[in-house]
Design a protein around this ligand. Structure first.
Ligand SMILES: [Zn+2]
Length: 449
């Protein structure tokens, strides 16, 4: 019996949050109720929050006041959510060059929470969030966790990058009394670490596993290869976007558990996640207004997000650099929250044919990683429209057939003009946070169509 669970759930989980100044309880209650409101009611709620935020920015944020003036935008004149589209989009470069000028009156680095992201260009992006906004985001994350059967006090199997650095005692105690996570470090994906993780899961029986989608898939492949059948979960939360249909099916069957895909980023926290109906990902609309611009039936649209709760460094029409398809209609779960059908990836994840036609990385992931026998892992790096490098980790069934199938698929997808160099490597380099990237486009942005 897990004696610590009720202690963590009712006592220590909240204690550590309060000690850091976060009060999440009011938001937890608000979000539990609002999710089942109708789509129209949720839009009304968003509109009220948007109006309040925009008026605040006009009065207390010099950066946006000037932006509004230049665009001829009057916050008090808006009639619908979509009226905010008069304000120009805020790009990552805008945020980098504005720096601390983006702070609203009364906010500074001293009274906000700092977020730093690496970004695909390698130039870090620094953003700041006020404490009530962080509390709201924490409550939102908890709500989306419960959809996947993870509640405070539960143990968690976590598959993240770079978790093995020896943590100070205080951090370890805190983990035991809050997240209760056991870790598999995606930067150390060898047999010994995988076997140890399996042993820990058997011992602690966490109900939920959470982590980078592709790493969880590789863990599933390992479990399958060892004929292990007693590692199962009630829910698996996958993040970091690259989750193909084949990967999902493999994970679900190996661990006998539904997958709940999730989308978020450092600067906004959780954005959307799957519910128990598994019909797309619900946006956390009580805290975010999400636009998907220029979407067509065959082409995903650009995701543009207005954060409705962060007043310290407001993000109004932030172009995050990801693309998505929206999902119309009402979800089977009854929640009125709007949905993404699919988030297809970042600008930098797109590859191009020599004719400059975009190819979404995720749409060809299964072809290269799963359907060609003999390939354990693949990474494609494109530097010019007519040239790309394939980094390939072979498995024991690798043969001449593997190589000819690889060549054939490259020609089928990218055309005869594409030159591809194939390199055999021991492992694929990961990002600094231990994420795997299947496709990387290094063609300079200004040359892209
Ligand atoms: Zn739903």
């Amino acid at each position: 019996m897990d004696l610590l669970k009720p202690v963590v759930r009712h006592l220590t989980f909240d204690y550590f949050l309060r000690r850091d100044g976060y009060r999440i309880e009011p938001f937890v209650n608000e979000l539990a109720g609002s999710q089942f409101r109708s789509a129209d009611e949720i839009r009304d709620l968003q509109f009220k929050k948007l109006l309040r935020l925009l008026s605040f920015c006009r009065d207390h944020n010099k950066y946006y006041r000037e932006r509004f003036q230049q665009a001829g935008f009057d916050p008090s004149a808006i009639k619908t959510l979509e009226d905010v589209t008069t304000v120009p989009v805020l790009t990552k470069d805008d945020i980098r060059s504005a720096g601390d000028e983006l702070f609203s009156d009364g906010y500074s680095r001293g009274n906000t929470m700092h977020n730093r992201t690496g970004g695909s260009t390698g130039v870090p992006l620094h953003t700041y969030m006020d404490i009530p906004a962080v509390s709201f985001k924490k409550a939102a994350t908890l709500r989306h966790n419960t959809w996947a059967n993870l509640t405070p006090g539960d143990r968690l199997a976590a598959v993240w990058g770079d978790t093995e650095k020896r943590q100070p005692l205080r951090a370890r105690i805190r983990n035991r009394l809050t997240d209760r996570a056991i870790y598999l470090d995606t930067l150390k994906f060898d047999e010994a670490h995988l076997a140890r993780f399996v042993a820990e899961i058997r011992r602690y029986r966490p109900p939920v596993m959470m982590g980078h989608a592709h790493s969880i898939y590789r863990f599933a492949e390992y479990v399958k290869s060892q004929s292990i059948t007693d590692v199962s979960f009630q829910g698996i939360i996958t993040t970091a976007m690259v989750l193909s249909e084949v990967e999902r099916k493999t994970i679900e069957s190996v661990f006998n558990s539904p997958v709940f895909n999730r989308y978020g980023c450092e600067e906004l926290s959780i954005i959307a996640s799957e519910c128990e109906a598994h019909e797309g990902m619900h946006v956390c609309a009580e805290g975010l207004f999400v636009e998907v611009a220029d979407e067509t039936e065959h082409q995903p649209g650009r995701i543009i997000i207005t954060d409705l709760v962060n007043y310290a460094m407001p993000m109004i029409r932030y172009e995050i650099g990801d693309y998505a398809f929206t999902q119309p209609g009402i979800c089977g779960c009854g929640r009125g929250l709007p949905r993404f059908k699919e988030v297809v990836g970042r600008t930098a994840d797109f590859l191009y044919t020599p004719e400059k036609k975009p190819v979404f990385g995720i749409s060809i992931l299964d072809t290269f990683v799963i359907h060609i026998p003999g390939l354990k892992q693949v990474q494609i790096v494109q530097d010019r429209f007519e040239h790309m490098d394939f980094y390939v980790v072979r498995d024991i069934s690798f043969s001449e057939t593997t190589l000819s199938l690889l060549r054939k698929n490259i020609t089928d997808i990218f055309g005869r003009q594409m030159q591809a160099d194939i390199h055999f490597v021991e492992q694929i380099a990961q990002t600094e946070r231990g994420k795997y990237r299947f496709s990387i486009c290094n063609i300079p942005t200004e040359q892209l169509p």
